[in-house]
Ligand binder design. Sequence first.
Ligand SMILES: [Zn+2]
Length: 190
Amino acid sequence: MVAVWAGAGTAAAGSFNTVVIDAGHGAHDFGANRGSFFEKHIALDVARRLERFLRKNGVRTVMTRSNDRFIPLGTRAGIGNRSGRSVFVSIHVNDARRRSAAGLETFYHVREGQKLAALVQREMLRNTNHGGNRGVKFARFKVLRESSRPAILVETGFASNSGDQKRLRDPRYREAIAQSIGIGLLNYRR
Ligand SMILES: [Zn+2]
């Protein structure tokens, strides 16, 4: 759980006109992978679904990648930083040595990101029927650290957990995750 956000200038911090959607990994960087399951493909699929949802809702989007290619982490953050009044959303699949580890978690680095992360996490739990709430957490991930705009990194489930992997292989789950992220973003702007 996360403390109630008590930042000054709340209204200003929640305003954006562009969402930079960052599908994790790409090309030779598979991310988490098990057999025919590749994080890079799941991340891109969720990213495309999120792009579609946001455009339908009149929000401008920028994709750091829209196909299977490799983009360095610093470049990804840079695309966000050059995109004006934007927020940055990085999409990933988790991995753990302990195969029982499962669930959803959302990371942030600065306080504006924390509020956005909490709103996205809440919607994902509400809309996916996934009982695994791993919470909203601070992290020093490079894409978050180097972002000058509110930024979050969403872990959509574990490749290493059979139940989560089954969910992630299901397009309905990926659509629910994408729409939940989108709703969280729209709530943040309000
Ligand atoms: Zn990843």
